[in-house]
Design a protein around this ligand. Structure first.
Ligand code: NAD
Length: 496
């Protein structure tokens, strides 16, 4: 059986401990992945520190050329990488290609490095004195990423870190590790020097080694909220810069003036796409007033039309969940919701797919009359379950969203500009869609939620990515010809 190795200093590196990697569509173990610890992290940091000495001194033009070449390779190998992701994650190949495209957009942003890294200059702040600033890379930085976007989430991080002159250590999810090694090989082919991009696989041991390693300057984390909190606490205590994005419970509000067919179409895709395993998945539809009955009717019809099957079969809308444990957790949550008084309009439990009887499949579930006290509302289920909460007014819908501990994404379906404006100004959520169910910002904006969806104060990619992976220097300059005419003084220097 294939064992997926680490990737350190431009070469595969074996390990002794391993964990299984499953094919979620068949339920079969298809590979093993090495589980790294402090020695592997240390080896990767040594390689990355040595590479930093030269990479941080490379010209903007050299770095930009590598990014352009890397982008081209991502385009050329999109189908192949999409299949690798689908086989380990379970999502459809087209969906996997979509995440590669969105990740590639961050590489395109990084290709504009020369523009975004420009500093500023102030002429004559005092007689004969100028001030300019510029930004420099931090050193070795690390990324710890979740299973649900094995290509895109790391791509939120490493193109910007590397383009700004840092060297990178990625610790991807142990559930779908192969995409990371594939990307490492593409970087090498693109001309990135060995040691600039490294991959150490593993679980908690590898993460703990990263959080405490004195050679790592910054940690980017994306995953569930409890682990985001842990990573933030540990890594900031160790003096590192940290960006830590957590879980989500995303609400889509539907007003009575919305086009219900349009809203239901988009909410269905947002709730059940990628089997609900997206941090921006719609997991709650808040139906306002008269919208409720009509909305539930269309959502039910659409949920029943969803084609559940293996991700590599053309025509599949929704693949399996990532693990058996995830399948059981989601199906138990539907049972608990029913016991707590929710109406199960569509029941996805027990869904079998012909020829894939041992796959981790569950069908789409639609729950109506869910209250904010029920577990199905309070917990991040991270599966294909859509809960309908009924309220009377838009203000009540906003109150529901604002009382929820998460604040990643939200959407409003309406024909009213006034309602949309009120909603986007009052809601305590980081990313908002108006008639757009999954409002993932473009790569030149930053990505990040509020409240428990983001620990600390650093969103990811876009301008925030540049800021996160660099630190500023401000230089105040006076040249001798002018200086000779100005007497030195012992008082604190002031402008004159
Ligand atoms: P997870 O938190 O279980 O794992 C994320 C990473 O942390 C993995 O690399 C994992 O190996 C590591 N990890 C797990 N347990 C650890 C521990 N005890 N100590 C140290 N490290 C540990 O998340 P997941 O199940 O892989 O991904 C799904 C979660 O990620 C969901 O909560 C989802 O909302 C969230 N997510 C959030 C965003 C966002 O942008 N906010 C994006 C994608 C996913």
């Amino acid at each position: 059986m294939n064992t997926i190795p680490h990737w350190i200093n431009g070469s595969p590196v074996p390990g002794t401990d391993t964990a299984p990697v499953f094919n979620p569509a068949t339920g079969a173990e298809q590979a093993r992945v090495v589980l790294g610890g402090s020695a592997d992290v240390d080896a990767a940091v040594q390689a990355a520190s040595a590479a930093f000495e030269t990479w941080s001194q490379s010209s903007l033009s050299q770095r930009t050329q590598v990014m352009f070449a890397f982008r081209r390779l991502l385009v050329e190998h999109e189908e192949e990488l999409g299949r690798i992701i689908s086989a380990e994650h379970g999502k459809t190949v087209d969906d996997a290609r979509g995440e590669i495209t969105r990740g590639r957009e961050v590489v395109e942003f990084a290709c504009g490095l020369g523009e975004v890294l420009k500093g500023s200059f102030s002429d004559q702040v005092s007689r004969g004195v100028d001030v300019h600033d510029f930004r420099q890379p931090l050193g070795v930085v690390a990324g710890v990423t979740p299973f649900n976007f094995p290509a895109m989430v790391p791509l939120w991080m490493h193109p910007i870190a590397i383009a700004t002159g840092n060297t990178f250590l990625l610790k991807p999810s142990e559930r779908d590790p192969s995409a990371a090694n594939f990307v490492a090989a593409l970087y090498q082919k693109a001309g990135l020097p060995d040691g600039v991009f490294n991959v150490v696989h593993g679980g908690k041991d590898a993460v703990d080694a990263i959080l405490t390693h004195p050679g790592i300057e910054a940690v980017s984390f994306v995953g569930s909220t409890p682990i985001a909190q842990y990573v933030h606490e540990q890594a900031t205590a160790a003096g590192k810069r940290v960006q830590a994005l957590g879980g989500a419970k995303n609400h889509a509000v539907v007003l009575p003036d919305a086009d219900l067919e349009f809203a239901a179409n988009h909410i269905t895709a947002g709730a059940y796409g990628s089997a609900g395993e997206r941090c921006m998945a719609v997991s709650v539809a808040v139906a306002v007033g008269d919208a409720a009955d009509g909305l539930v009717e269309v959502l039910e019809r659409k949920a029943r039309e969803i084609n559940v099957g293996p991700g590599d079969l053309p025509g599949t809308d929704m693949g399996p969940l990532v693990t058996k444990a995830a399948q059981e957790r989601v199906e138990n949550a539907v049972g608990t919701a029913q016991a707590q008084g929710a109406s199960v309009v569509v029941d996805g439990r027990g869904r079998k797919v012909d020829g894939h009887e041992d796959g981790f499949f569950t069908g789409p579930s639609l729950l109506d009359h869910v209250t904010t006290a029920m577990d199905a509302y309070r917990e991040e289920l991270f599966g294909p379950v859509l809960a309908i909460v009924r309220v009377d007014t838009l203000d009540q819908a906003i109150d529901v969203i604002n009382a929820n501990p998460y604040g990643n994404g939200t959407a409003l379906f309406t024909a009213s500009g006034e309602a949309a404006r009120r909603f986007q100004r009052r809601v305590k959520v980081g990313m908002i869609g108006i008639n757009v169910p999954v409002p993932v910002p473009m790569s030149y904006y930053s990505f990040g939620g509020w409240k428990d969806s983001l620990i600390g104060d650093h969103p990811i990619h876009g301008p925030e990515g540049i800021r996160f992976y660099t630190r500023p220097k401000v230089v105040t300059t006076r040249w001798p010809q002018q200086a000779q005419q100005i007497a030195a003084g012992f008082d604190f220097p002031t402008s004159n």
